[in-house]
Design a protein around this ligand. Structure first.
Ligand code: 16G
Ligand code: MG
Length: 561
């Protein structure tokens, strides 16, 4: 960096001093905190996004959101040129600059990093960053801070895309870098046209009953509801009612949204008795999570949850079916079959019943730690990699080579056996790859795929829910002295530090039929999370309580006595 560049950063960063006592970590999904202390962080991440763009010679993205957290919180994260999460190799640097105490120190950190990474400021290509934000009121001033960050890098440009869902921003970054159509309208058009295409390939004899036509969506009073309103107009035939769109005066994520519904297993605000029997879905605050449910007829505050695991199972079942149709050649083309590697990726939070179900289908199921970046990376190793967290975040990734093969196969079948079952299966898989967001989990595209598959199968939410029965589970959190003292291995299923706690957990687990339990430090809150499941609810509750007690004994303040 030359002196001019250094003094530019020095000058602008003095406008964004780090508030006293703030210590932030990039965590599972970017920096998150009370919005009032975030300006300096967002400004610095603006610089980081510009450096990442210079380093990769590609466009990057910066999203301002705190997802399902309360409305007074906010956060910031970077989309890498692929449309995925910021490369993990840069996270320590993100932490270092976010916590740098003075402008001088900050400039020095950047200077050292630029040298180490060999980032060139030769002006041949300059940095370009797409900026997006969710509907939080604090988003506007934080977006300004991000712009100032970007503009402190000579020649860098920030393109303000306005209010977006997180997956829309990731989708746009990916599309732009691939020289594909990348506006918001292009996003809606791609989703709606591939959805209609997929529905048109529904076998004729399958028709749903009238009540199964209807879908009610809870928009968490966030950005997802208003975007779904736009998308809905382009779907013509679908009967979707959108509630909690934010326009009715409700508060973002308060008693609404996918996180609330999934954790509490209760109906969101605005849902009632007359909704019993209707298919319902909730998005989270930035529309990257999706869960389905129906209101219980015997207790209308409770729901029958159809979570991310079951969305994953529905997708896996459908994809597997299409692959088997492809294989039913019967002619002399068997040798042209491409052995597509289909893989399913889950975390330790996946209900044990879902894993059993998927394995019974003959699928390869692998586990990663919590956090989209880990699941996504793993799923990308397959020709078709399906990943979901139980909380509703996930997508389906298709490899380039498989897509090339599918396109070639489609051309060939068009000339030889147009309209055959095989060709329809090829076309369905291609439509899925266009519909489902390839950059990151996306509640809107996930919702359309669920709807298309339910229509294809002629299923009600009840049929879907009956794929398997969830094992009862319980989640708890425990405040501890230092959550980083817990180190886990094997996709967070065993604790390796502190010593002996895992042995104690094993003793508890062994007491319960189908018992399973693990603890892990949260990546977004200062707590240890406890998960337990067992054959009956009382057992899951009791196992969770015993393990929480152990966590407190080993790591906490000793409140459990
Ligand atoms: C973030 C992650 C989500 C994960 C959750 C776990 C992304 C985009 N989001 O919301 O995948 O399930 O954190 O939270 O990666 P926890 O570490 O507090 O349990
Ligand atoms: Mg989210």
């Amino acid at each position: 960096m030359d002196d001019n560049q250094k003094s530019l950063i020095l000058k602008s960063s003095s406008q964004y001093p780090l508030p006293q006592g703030v210590k932030l970590s990039y965590g599972t999904a970017g920096f998150r905190a009370d919005a009032s202390i975030l300006e300096s962080t967002v400004f610095r991440v603006g610089i980081l996004a510009a450096l990442r763009s210079l380093k990769t010679q590609s466009l990057t993205g910066l999203m301002i959101t705190a997802s399902h957290n309360k409305v007074t919180d906010n956060g910031v994260k970077i989309a890498d040129p692929s449309g995925g999460m910021l490369t993990q190799e840069w996270e320590p640097f993100a932490d270092a600059i976010a916590n740098s105490p003075t402008p001088q120190h900050f400039v020095q950190l950047i200077d050292e990093f630029v040298k180490k990474e060999n980032i060139r400021f030769d002006g041949v290509r300059s940095a370009k960053i797409l900026l997006g934000r969710d509907t939080r009121p604090s988003g506007e001033s934080l977006l300004e801070a991000a712009k100032q960050g970007v503009y402190s890098i000579v020649g860098a440009t920030a393109i303000d895309m306005g209010i977006l869902t997180t997956p829309q921003l990731h989708w746009m970054v990916r599309a732009r870098n691939k020289d594909m159509k990348a506006t918001e309208l292009d996003y809606f058009e791609q989703l709606s046209s591939s959805f209609r295409f997929l529905v048109d390939l529904t076998p004729n004899q399958i028709k749903m009953s009238k009540t199964d036509d209807k879908l009610i969506v809870d928009g968490a009073n966030g950005v997802g509801g208003e975007k779904l309103e736009v998308l809905k107009k382009m779907l013509n035939s679908m009967d979707i009612e959108i509630r909690n769109s934010g326009k009715e005066g409700g508060v973002l994520n308060e008693g609404v949204g996918a996180d609330y519904v999934q954790k509490e297993k209760v109906v969101p605000q605005g849902f009632q008795l007359k909704d019993v029997g209707i298919r319902c879905a909730s998005l989270d605050g930035d529309a990257d999570r999706l869960v389905y449910y129906s209101v219980q007829s015997n207790n209308t505050s409770k729901i029958d949850l159809v979570d991310g695991d079951k969305i994953l199972s529905l997708f896996a079942l459908f994809i597997k079916e299409q692959l088997s149709i492809l294989k039913m050649e019967g002619d002399d083309h068997v040798d042209e079959n491409y052995e597509a590697r289909l893989g399913v990726v889950q975390t330790a939070y996946a209900n044990g019943a879902s894993t059993d179900y998927l394995r019974q289908l003959g699928l390869e199921v692998v586990f990663t730690p919590t956090g989209v970046k880990y699941l996504h990376e793993k799923a990308a190793e397959y020709d078709i990699g399906i990943y979901f967290e139980a909380n509703g975040h996930g997508t389906i990734l298709f490899s380039e080579s498989f897509l090339t093969w599918l396109n070639a196969r489609n051309n060939e079948l068009s000339s030889k056996s147009k309209g055959s079952e095989q060709q329809k299966a090829v076309l369905r898989l291609l439509a899925v790859s266009n519909l489902i967001n390839q950059a990151v989990g996306d509640a809107l595209s996930g919702l359309l795929l669920v709807e298309a598959i339910l229509q294809y199968k002629g299923w009600s939410i009840h049929n879907w829910s009956e794929l398997y029965h969830d094992l009862p589970s319980r989640q708890l959190k425990v405040k501890v002295v230092d959550r980083t003292a817990v180190v886990t291995a094997n996709a967070e299923t065993v604790v390796v530090r502190p010593p002996l706690i895992q042995e104690a957990i094993n003793v508890e687990v062994a007491k319960y039929p189908q018992g399973r339990s693990f603890i892990r430090p949260s990546g977004t809150e200062d707590v240890i999370r406890v998960y337990a499941e067992a054959s009956i609810q009382e057992a899951a509750d009791s196992l969770a309580n015993s393990v929480a007690k152990l966590a407190d004994q080993f790591l906490g303040f000793g409140n459990s006595g």
